[in-house]
Design a binder for this molecule. Structure first.
Ligand code: SF4
Length: 310
């Protein structure tokens, strides 16, 4: 068994997203639309609901008790609730952390209320302190307001719910990071919420984002300096920086296609065939060959709450 609460596996439920951030590993060419909103897709093949349940069962069997639900944008999957209910139906509950761009969740009250009962930690993102600076980073116009609104909603509807804020730090927004901290303090003073961490990510040139590295790249020393300054200025916030060198090999990702992958050399490198066709024994053997990744994943996700509240 690899199981302990610190081994988090990232489930990329979908390659689709309703944003197309140029620094992201995802695709930027719209190839579908939903209700008039363009949808971007970086994996055409996606596991079905039943296939995801099988993958979750395999990971659970080998002892994984912590899942990051991401994509793409996971709320684009109509079976999201069914998949999360499957995770939470296990005898020993697993921790569920969801990474979302808030565009749907801030508008869909019913979905949001349902997720309060299924998600332990909500991960939101601000790359600037206002709409303009987020758009400059490549976010869609509504990104800032949607994330601000979701924080407001959580703070009113479920103030004890754990929230993580993520910020990609790059040469585009490096001078505006402190402004985000000041905004967070202001929001918290208005309506307190349970901010467990503000994570600063050095821009990582991975997959599609690699092509735009000339726009976003920022040196590790500069990044570490910014993270240290922000940490000492906002002592009431748990600020933790993640340099790119730490991101390498620090994730076990299940791709939308169902393969287990690592982040290596700017790519998502598959290390298995789709997990639906692997036995638990084979899966554990493969994971145990990656001891460095196991330690890095544990370190990278040390901030996650150790207790499942739900
Ligand atoms: S960073 Fe998030 S919101 Fe932006 S394209 Fe990637 S998955 Fe979508």
């Amino acid at each position: 068994m690899v199981g302990n609460r610190n081994l988090t596996v990232d489930l990329m439920l979908t390659g689709k997203c309703n944003e197309a951030c140029p620094f992201c590993y995802g695709a930027r060419k719209p190839n579908a639309s939903e209700n008039g909103v363009p949808i971007y897709q970086n994996h055409r093949l996606e596991m079905s609901t039943e296939q995801w349940k099988t993958i979750i069962d395999s990971l659970y069997t080998i002892g994984v008790r912590s899942f990051n639900i991401g994509g793409g944008e996971p709320t684009l999957r109509r079976d999201l609730v069914e998949i999360l209910k499957h995770i939470k139906s296990k005898e020993e509950p697993a921790l569920v952390y969801i990474s979302t761009n808030a565009l749907i969740l801030s508008l869909d009250t019913e979905l949001r209320q349902t997720l309060y009962g299924l998600v332990d930690v909500f991960g939101l993102s601000f790359d600037g302190a206002n709409t303009e600076s987020n758009v400059q980073m490549g976010r869609v116009e509504r990104h800032y307001e949607a994330n601000r609104e979701l924080i407001r909603q959580i703070s009113i509807e479920m103030p004890e719910k754990a929230v993580k804020i993520g910020t990609v730090v790059s040469s585009v927004n490096e001078n505006g990071i402190a402004d985000i901290g000041a905004e967070i303090q202001k929001w918290w003073a208005e309506t307190p919420f349970n901010l467990v961490i503000w994570r600063l990510f050095q821009f990582s040139p991975v997959e599609e984002g690699y092509d735009n590295r000339h726009i976003y790249e920022i040196g590790e020393a500069t990044f570490n300096n910014i993270a240290a300054q922000i940490g000492s200025r906002f002592t009431d916030i748990n600020v933790v920086g993640r340099p790119h060198s730490v991101a390498e090999n620090a994730y076990f990702l299940v791709l939308p296609t169902g393969e287990l992958a690592l982040v290596q050399d700017g790519k998502h490198q598959s290390i298995t065939e789709p997990l639906i066709s692997l036995t638990s024994e084979s899966l554990i053997n493969i994971i145990e060959q990656h001891t460095d990744t196991i330690s890095r994943v544990e370190e990278n996700r040390r901030w996650l709450p150790t207790e499942v509240i739900l």
